[in-house]
Structures are given as C-alpha cells and as structure tokens.
Ligand binder design. Structure first.
Ligand code: ATP
Ligand code: BTN
Length: 229
C-alpha cells in the first residue's frame, strides 16, 4: 500500500504502471479525480480516495464488481452507525445524498477499482453542494480516515473472495436490501429513456424495471438512474 499526499488520480496512476494484484494507492488530494463517463470526482482535503488492482484472471465475471464494491463500502459504514443505500450501479447514498462512488476500469488482464468517500469535508464545490454529503456532516465529528479505509478494505477482502469463488448469487439479496428507490418510480436515462417501478436486481446484477410493456432488465453500461419527478 502507498499513501500519497497528492496525485492526479489514484485510478490513472495504477492504470499507467505495472502493479501486482492487491496493490492499493491512497491519496489525500487528487487533482484530476474521475467519475464514470469521464466526469469529475471532487477530491479536496478531508475525503478518502483510493484505488486497487485486481487480476481479471481471479474472476469469471467482472461486470458486478462495482455492485460488490459499493456493498462493501455500505457494510463498512454500518460499523460507524451510518445507514446507507446503494444507488445502482455504483454509488453509495447517505441521507439522500451521494457519499461515495465506485469506478471500475479494465485494461487487459488488470482491473482497477477506485473508491471515493466523503469523510471529513465540511463543504463542497458549487456544482455538488446540494447533492453531496460527508460522514462528518452527518455524525458531527471527525473520523479517522485510516479507520474508515481499514473497515472498507476488510469488507472488500471478504466480499471479493466470496465473489471470486461463488460469483454474484450470494450478493443479490444483500444488495437488494440496500437498494435506493426500491419499489419506487424511477427513470433510466440512456439513448432510449425508460420509466417504471424499480423492482430490484436479478442474479446477474441487472436492474429489474416494471414498465407498461412488462419487466425489463437494464444493464449498467451507459445508463443513469433518477427518481421520477
Ligand atoms: P449516475 O452514476 O447515475 O450516472 P452520477 O451523477 O452519480 O450519476 P457518476 O458518473 O456516477 O454520476 O459520478 C460523478 C458525479 O458525481 C459528478 O458528475 C458529480 O455530480 C458527482 N460528484 C463529484 N464529486 C463528488 C463528491 N466528492 N461527492 C459526491 N458527489 C460527487
Ligand atoms: C463515480 O461516482 O462516478 C465514481 C467516483 C470514483 C472516485 C474514485 S476516488 C479514487 C479513484 N480515483 C479516481 O480518479 N476516481 C476514483
């Protein structure tokens, strides 16, 4: 494990070099933190930003890794008495706002998993002021980021081992229990937007949507989930 004061993005750092399975890089600040679809991940002082390397050979499937990683973050936060939800496919929500995001990228045999958690920030940049939240804003005290990281890595270790041995089935129910908007009306934004009731997820981690034309399975790819207005 390497802990840096600053880098462009822990994700890009691990993608550039030749690092073995299990390498973890943490940074206090990222100058070019990235989210999905080339979006920006705000990475000011106070948050926890880390990425790690997995070898794709250890997994039959990697498509569900964002869900398993998000579940691991959510379970780790339980130990701080924080009740979080999973916004399919890659976000963790606390009190209706985004507290953590997961980004999974593959280059050849290497899978790089990046996780950002808002821990001790007391304010956020203009664009995300009303949608982001930190653990400190809810708990009203500073948390030790090493404790938060240790709890998350512990859950990741257990969950990713189980995922590599048994695949996604053991996770379906555990994730569904924490699913944001379950039973509610949502809109799936993609080339062809779909509206419906979010029923849950299936054995492969696809989202199940009850639409006027029947139940549809939605793949994570380039879609975004929003509550219906
Ligand atoms: P979706 O995943 O449903 O497309 P999203 O808006 O969460 O929606 P992502 O690409 O997953 O999109 O995440 C990146 C977005 O997260 C950014 O566009 C920004 O709105 C938001 N964001 C950036 N930095 C932070 C942060 N530190 N905390 C919370 N939210 C952030
Ligand atoms: C998202 O919500 O779209 C995913 C956000 C992922 C952010 C983390 S912070 C550590 C790692 N380095 C990055 O540049 N991004 C990920």
């Amino acid at each position: 494990m390497v802990w840096l004061k600053e880098t462009d993005s822990t994700q890009d750092l691990l993608k550039r070099g030749d690092f073995p399975h299990g390498t973890v890089v943490v940074a206090d600040v990222q100058k070019r933190g990235k989210g999905r679809k080339g979006r920006r991940w705000e990475s000011q002082e106070g948050g926890l930003y880390f990425s790690f390397v997995l070898s794709a050979k250890n997994f039959k499937e990697i498509m569900q890794i964002p869900l398993v990683a998000g579940l691991s973050v959510s379970e780790a936060l339980d130990s701080f008495r924080l009740s979080t939800s999973l916004k399919w496919p890659n976000d963790v929500y606390l009190k209706g706002r985004k507290v953590s995001g997961v980004l999974v990228e593959r280059t050849g045999d290497k899978v790089v998993v990046g996780i950002g958690v808002n821990v001790n920030q007391t304010e956020f940049p203009e664009g995300i002021k009303d949608t982001a939240v930190s653990l400190k804003q809810v708990l009203r005290r500073d948390l030790n980021r090493v404790d938060v990281l240790t709890a998350i890595l512990g859950r990741l270790q257990d969950n990713l081992s189980l995922f590599s041995e048994e695949g996604f089935p053991p996770f379906r129910e555990r994730i569904e229990k924490r699913l944001l908007f379950k039973g509610e009306e949502v809109v799936i934004l993609s080339e062809k937007p779909e509206a419906g009731i979010l029923l849950g997820i299936d054995e492969e981690g696809f989202l199940l949507l009850q639409t006027a034309e029947g139940v549809k399975r939605i793949t994570a790819g380039e879609v975004s989930l929003r509550p219906s207005l």
